[in-house]
Design a protein around this ligand. Structure first.
Ligand code: GAL
Length: 953
């Protein structure tokens, strides 16, 4: 006997995509049909379960006077009702598809609206929801018009017959959990609500219904063929091309093609009897030919990023300005591609990609990753009962987005295992739109796809794939390869991007990749600055794994984005001699006519001459040896000199102003002279202090006390860094996770034993043994101080004892200064750089403040090192390195940094802690990928390095 009887809420747990909605179709804005945005302030009531409240609220006349107000679009959990939950792949509810928990937060939304006075009385009307998570039931004026799932997909309802001129009552009941939630297990916050627009569209008699703009380009003839298929007959005009054709009729004319580099759009109009619809037409042909993804006949190299929709205050409810900012930031950082991980974005984003030029992999709203916990048993994509829901999702994506030239690839979804449902989606998509390629990463056989795609594959394997040595099915061996995710940008990093790029560029089969991911999904929060998983008391969560973007949550570019921009720059400079520079155009389509070039010449990091550099308008793939001018004659004696060359935009573009720097290169000329100090001063022992040149030392311990009157505290060897997310690594990574081993060895709690303080005629030498408790490992460390009377040289000699099983985090010295704010240095900048993240580090003279040296990772961790520093000045001291060093300064200790969970835990103390490092371990991307390549390991071995201190001018 069953006690459970069907109720009015059974649709929630039904595998069907819903009922009542119109068939999916193209998303467009009409030129003349009226529309009414229903965005704005709605009445809102939250219930703990799906059926605690009755449906009476949907009836006209219902008094919702005591309800709260909520902003639509929006997520109720970000507006004071309940809390967000973050899980990577675990379902935050028991896995028993399609059943969901009884505790199913349900938001009733109510909006009363009048039609505008000029709303036509004839024709129909459509109510469109662009995105509701995860399941909604809709009533208009008391009539139940249907219910739907598919959170990031549009749903439309015919409502003309229900509308009245005034007092229309739109009631929407939204359930956080539904059968659809099983298909939406993307790694992100679970955020229920009506988070995209709600719009009422007038549908005049004879209006456009659905249409498909097919605009191809023949690179041999230079002609484009346009055919607009339309459900309702009409005419298509494109005035710039003199096109005036019937729908369904192909027209071939000479055109300029659309590419991400040259996003030429032609304005057209589709006119039916009742409506005009503006078209933005981009002619391009995408094909798989000779095993390569080609657009307009040429292979493309994706320099991409995975983009989730994110705003730190509004979650996945994004305004147009934010979407535009994303595209502008991408273009300004040399990106050419975006994967809409892992669902179709707001359609306005795709319009921006059309307009400004980005290749798009449009991904369906599908992920069932949590089933991996049960070895994919019961996976909906391999269960025919779910196939209608999968096909519905595929159709809603393709139909909505099919008219965007930027969309070159459809993706079936992400991390959904394998199964018949995916094949059914692929077959449906191919039948509907053969003009684009298909992507899905989860099936290694590539049964349904046009490209072999992987994520986080290590460099060596990517290279083997490039050489065609990866085996696999016959089909797969003939396909091009992309990394749909790589370079996990969590915290400090990702490291190793330049090494990937070098490999991509070496093998035709490798067509680039998409860094994971665009933006940290931190939630603005009074307590923490930005909150992440666990900050809302979730019973299951994945911590700051949700903060793994190239932008901080407030859209400030992280050093990772600056690095990526440099690594993928479309113009390359190479130079060995001092007289010429080799310029290579690495665009796939554009020549160099849009760029201006300039040279400059630096002596000790200061620019002493500059001028324009004439570079021919090289075609894509071409190189030229370009002559540099005569170097300036008036260079100070012994100065380190170099050329810097830059490619800038020659004129304003739609995405950046004139003079925006797209690419640069630097070439050394005269090498740096290392600082030398004659050891002419002798240490003078006093009762409590030893004096040596400008410095004083503790007579008992040999500890440095002052340099030229500047107090220096706690100077000693330092090997610890506040582990980065990439040091700590993800638990599922197969390799040794260095951060864990470092902590196990005790490198964060190391002891310094004083063995001897020796005075000789020319030096003060302090001998120590630096070692963690409970271990027999040690670094025998000798500090040797000498001086010429005004300058002070410290030489640190380190020799490891015992078998060090892992590289060191860092190797250098640290000390404290009481007063320090402004910082000047000659070295890499302006931002941080580590061994495998310093391509963008520009050798120059820089100035900053201690505060501005910090990189604000959402979860604090090692950051802010400036690479290749020749000298630095702060707190009244000048330090020169022999050899160059890594420079870091912060208002808290490494231990504080290490202990902090949020930025708000970092409280400035009285001391500025300075690290001068001889070495830093690489960064890698082991938070979800490979660790640093061996060449970036800081292996423990004998080392010697020096610093020369003096009083700054
Ligand atoms: C991938 C997944 C992404 C994200 C990433 C790690 O496996 O496709 O959604 O989880 O790993 O941040």
């Amino acid at each position: 006997m069953s006690f459970r009887t069907p109720t009015a809420v059974d649709y929630i747990e039904n595998v069907s995509p819903g009922s009542g909605a119109l068939p999916p179709r193209a998303w467009y804005a009409s030129s003349d049909a009226k529309c009414l945005s229903l965005n704005g302030s709605w009445s809102f009531r939250l219930s703990p379960t799906a059926d605690t409240e009755d449906d009476a609220f949907a009836e006209p006349g219902y008094d919702a006077g005591d309800w709260d107000r909520i902003a639509v679009p929006g997520h109720w959990v970000l507006q004071g009702h309940g809390s967000p939950i973050y899980t990577n792949h675990l379902y935050p509810f028991p896995v028993d598809p399609p059943r969901v928990p009884t505790e199913n937060p349900t938001g009733d939304h109510l909006r009363v609206f009048d039609l505008p006075h000029d709303w036509p009385s004839d024709g129909g009307a459509v109510l469109r929801f662009d995105g509701v998570e995860s399941c909604a039931r809709v009533w208009l004026n008391g009539t139940d018009i249907g219910e739907f799932k598919g959170s990031r997909l549009p749903h439309e309802f015919a409502v003309g017959h229900l509308l009245k001129p005034a007092g229309n009552v739109l009631a929407v009941r939204v359930h956080q959990w539904s059968a659809g939630s099983y298909l939406e297990d993307q790694d992100q916050w679970w955020l229920p609500g009506i988070f995209r627009d709600v719009t009422l569209l007038h549908r005049p008699a004879g209006c456009v219904a659905d249409f498909f703009v097919r605009a191809s380009y023949d690179h041999v003839t230079g002609k484009g063929t346009l055919r607009v298929d339309s459900d309702v007959e009409g005419r298509v005009t494109v005035s710039a091309l003199d096109i005036d054709a019937a729908t369904g009729e192909p027209v071939t004319v000479p055109v300029r093609p659309w590419t991400a580099e040259t996003p030429v759009l032609y304005d057209g109009v589709l006119t039916t009897e009742g409506e005009r619809v503006p078209l933005r037409i981009g002619f391009r042909t995408v094909e798989l030919s000779d095993g390569l993804i080609r657009v307009n006949g040429r292979p493309v190299l994706f320099k991409g990023v995975n983009r989730h929709e994110w705003h730190p205050e509004t979650g996945r409810a994004l305004d147009l300005e934010t979407m535009r900012e994303d595209v502008l930031l991408m273009k300004r950082h040399n990106l050419n591609a975006v994967r809409t991980s892992h669902y179709p974005p707001h359609p306005a984003f795709l319009a921006l990609c059309d307009e400004l030029g980005l290749w798009v992999i449009d991904e369906c709203d599908l992920e069932t990753h949590g089933f991996t916990e049960q070895a994919w048993r019961d996976n909906p994509v391999d269960d025919d009962r779910w196939t209608p829901a999968l096909l519905d999702r595929a159709a809603r994506m393709v139909e909505r987005d099919k008219n965007h030239p930027s969309v070159v690839v459809w993706s079936l979804g992400n991390e959904a295992g394998t199964g018949r449902g995916l094949t059914a989606m692929a077959e449906w998509i191919r039948a509907r739109d053969s003009s684009r390629l298909l992507h899905y990463e989860g099936d290694l056989t590539c049964r349904d796809t046009d490209m072999y795609s992987r994520m986080y594959t290590r460099h060596g394997e990517v290279e083997r794939i490039g050489r065609g040595l990866d085996g696999g099915t016959l089909k797969r061996r003939q396909l091009p390869f992309i990394l749909c995710e790589y370079g996990h940008a969590m915290g400090n990093g990702p490291g190793g991007l330049s090494d990937y790029q070098r490999i991509f560029e070496s093998y035709d089969r490798l067509q680039g990749g998409f860094v994971w991911e665009w933006i940290d999904h931190g939630i603005k929060d009074e307590r923490y600055g930005f909150a992440y998983g666990g900050d809302f008391g979730e019973e299951l969560h994945d911590g700051n794994f949700v903060c793994d973007g190239l932008l901080f949550p407030d859209r400030r570019p992280s050093p990772g984005l600056v690095e990526y921009k440099k690594v993928i720059e479309p113009i390359r400079f190479a130079g060995e001699g001092a007289t010429t520079v080799r310029v290579t155009n690495r665009h796939d389509f554009a020549d160099l006519s849009a760029f201006a070039f300039e040279w400059s010449y630096q002596a000790d990091g200061a620019t002493i001459a500059s001028g324009p550099l004439p570079v021919p308008a090289l075609a894509p793939g071409e190189s030229a040896e370009v002559k540099l001018p005569e170097p300036p004659a008036d260079v100070p004696d012994g100065a380190e000199t170099q050329w810097t060359v830059r490619a800038l935009l020659a004129a304003d573009t739609a995405w950046a102003p004139k003079d925006h720097v797209v690419a640069w290169g630097q070439f050394p000329v005269a090498a740096r002279q290392l600082p030398s100090v004659t050891q002419s001063a002798a240490p003078v022992p006093g009762e409590r202090l030893i004096t040596l040149g400008p410095a004083t030392f503790d007579a008992r311990t040999g500890a440095l006390r002052t340099i030229g009157g500047v107090a220096v505290t706690g100077l000693r060897l330092d090997v610890w860094r506040a582990t980065t997310d990439n040091d700590d690594g993800a638990p599922w990574q197969p390799d040794v996770r260095h951060g864990l081993v470092w902590r196990k060895l005790g490198l964060h709690r190391i002891h310094h034993r004083l063995d001897a303080v020796d005075l000789t005629d020319d030096a003060l030498t302090v001998r120590t043994r630096v070692a963690p408790a409970a271990r027999d490992l040690a670094l025998t460390t000798r500090y040797r101080w000498s001086s010429d009377g005004t300058r002070l040289r410290l030489t640190v000699s380190v020799s490891p004892e015992g078998d060090w099983p892992v590289p060191l985090p860092r190797l250098g010295i640290r000390f404290g200064l009481t007063e320090a704010d402004r910082v000047r240095w000659f070295g890499g900048g302006p931002g941080e750089g580590y061994p495998d993240t310093k391509s963008a580090s520009l050798l120059c003279r820089w100035e900053s403040t201690v505060d501005d040296l910090q990189t604000p990772y959402v979860r604090p961790q090692e950051n802010g090192a400036r690479a290749d520093v020749r000298w630095a000045e702060l707190g009244g001291l000048r330090v020169e390195g022999d050899p160059e060093f890594w420079f870091t300064a912060r208002r808290w200790t490494t231990e504080h940094l290490d202990a902090a969970a949020h930025r708000t835990d970092l409280v400035p103390g009285d001391t500025v802690w300075v690290n001068l490092d001889h070495g830093q371990h690489g960064i890698g991307s082991q938070s979800c990928g490979p660790g640093p390549l061996p060449q970036y390991h800081l292996n423990a071995g004998p080392a010697e390095f020096s610093f020369v201190f003096s009083v700054a001018d």
